[in-house]
Each structure stands twice: as structure tokens, then as C-alpha cells.
Design a protein around this ligand. Sequence first.
Ligand code: SF4
Length: 345
Amino acid sequence: MKKNLCGYTRSEIEQLLTELGKKTFHGRQLYKWMYKNLVFDFEEMTDLSKDIRAVLSESYRISLPAIANRQKSGDGTEKFLFELDDGQYVESVLIPDDNSGRMTLCVSSQVGCALGCEFCATGRMGFIRDLTIGEIIAQPMTMRKLYGENAFDNMVFMGMGEPLLNYDNVMAAIDILTDSLGMMLGAKRITISTSGVARGIRKLANSGSKVKLAISLHASNNKLRRRLMPIANSYKLPDLMDAIKTWTSVYARRVTFEYILFKGVNDSKEHALELAKLIKGIPCKINLLSYNLVEGLDFERPSDEEVDAFAKILYPRAPAVTVRKSRGKDIDAACGQLAGRKNKS
Ligand code: SF4
């Protein structure tokens, strides 16, 4: 089978072309055709000579994973199920924002997830494998192929998997995404959302990458967090908060805390006050979200009034608080509902 070039970094493509006896700038041309122009047929790469095109066609291909299923929610959210070369499935979601008119693409970074958060459908699958650079970058490439250059405005690593546990591939995909010869998406339009891998946050702080950071916090103390998210056994809250402070001070940016409210679990007045105390002094925004039901799990959703009451206690104790509406609930595309199931409709 011909080797798929999708996912090759700029330097890997340049190296490949030099190995084929060509110049590095030929590599840059090919890279641009693939990621910027989304042209996958070597014959259409008109500024490459005929012999280069022939050599490439003989041993290589450029292809994206097949879309195994596509579902559109009544609110405009669209979920895509990709079938990968080894028969595994991952999901991406395009989420419109009614207020700003912007579109956010939520992408996956792993097949399944090792972290087993109690409320998450992906966590119940267990960890299967990391996505390759190609499988990550193929998600935004597919959206642009389908909907053109403005298919999405922002991209967030909040789909299946923990992006900071697939750090190298996620960062390499971000390099292609932000490259001026690649997909040319501003780093500030990309968010890495983590369940709290403190070591990865520190690495990100040292990387120089300008991407945004979001933390799935969901608890105001470590005991509660351990109950909801086993990762709190490895990275305790003081360690996590310390890593976050390092990131916010290195980039002088604010971090986003995601806090899903579970009825009767983490949604009391005391929890709101404790949460305000926990994040005190950290430049941040808190996104509150009501739990999205997952089949087979016992958690309940608080009412909209209860969520608003929680928000009112938090603000202005916390610098910015937003209540986020769930999107795509009717197609199981909301936060925590992605399970990579085939043909669930
Ligand atoms: S919420 Fe995120 S980190 Fe937790 S199990 Fe689900 S995919 Fe993994």
C-alpha cells in the first residue's frame, strides 16, 4: 500500500524530497499543496515537475480517513465519525455559536481515554491508542475540504482523549495548523483542554506555543475531584494549580476552567465559595456547564435556575463566569458524550 503523506511535518516532507534527489523547496511546495490548498492529487500540483509528480505517485498518496457517519443536531451542531485505517473510530464536532456566529471545531486526540472520568462516555471505552499526527490534522483538513477555508474559526482539543498524554503528536499537528505554509490558523484560535495533567501543562509553559489552555476542573477540592476524576490521584489540586500559575505567568494569559455541574454532587453554595477561593489570584474565566446525560451513568443535571444561582455566587468572586449552553445533545455530541460508536443514530 502506498504511504500516506498526511501528517508529515514540514521538515519530514523536505527531507523526503531531498532523499528523492530533489530540493528542499520542492518539499515546501508539496507541503503547501497538501495542507494549505488541500490538493491531494500529485498531478494537480502544477509547480512540481512531471518527474517529481511521477516519483511521488508511484509510492505515496495523500488521503483523509473515511467519514463513517455524519449527524446534524437541530441546533446546527454537526458530529463526524471517522473510520481510521486500523478500523478504529473517533469523533469530531462542529459547534456553531449563535451569539458570535463563530464555528468551533472540537477534535479528538486519542482513541478512547485512559483517565476514566466517572461522567464521560469516552472514559468508559478505556484507552485504545494515541492518534497519529495525520489522524489529528485530518480532522480540520476534512472540515475545510467540506466547508471551505472558513469551515471553523476556533479549534479545541476537547473531543475523545487527553491531549497532553499525546503531547508530541498534538504539538506537531498544531505546528502544521499554525504554519504560514500549512493551515494558517492563529495559535490563539486553538485551545488545548486538559483534565489536569500538571506535567504536560508545565511542558506547554516551556514550549513557547501560544495556544490557549482550558482545564476540566469540575471540583472545588481534591476529595471531590478524586471521586469524579481519577487523575486527581496522580496530580493533586495544589500541584495542578501550581502548574496552571506557571503557564498563566509565562504567557501573561488567562486560563479557562471548565466546571460541569452535577446535581447534588458539586453544585452547592459551599462548593461555589470553595471554588472561588481555589482560583483566587489566577487570571481566569470559569465556564459553567450543566451535566449532559450519558446512558448508564447515574449523575443528574441541575436545573437552569440552579446553574444560574451557582454562577451568581461565583461572580464577582471569580473574575469572569460564563454559563455555557450544551450543544448537540440530541446527537450525543455534547461534552462527555463522545464514544466513537459506529452508526449510532
Ligand atoms: S473527560 Fe476527557 S480526560 Fe476524562 S475520560 Fe473523558 S476524554 Fe478522558
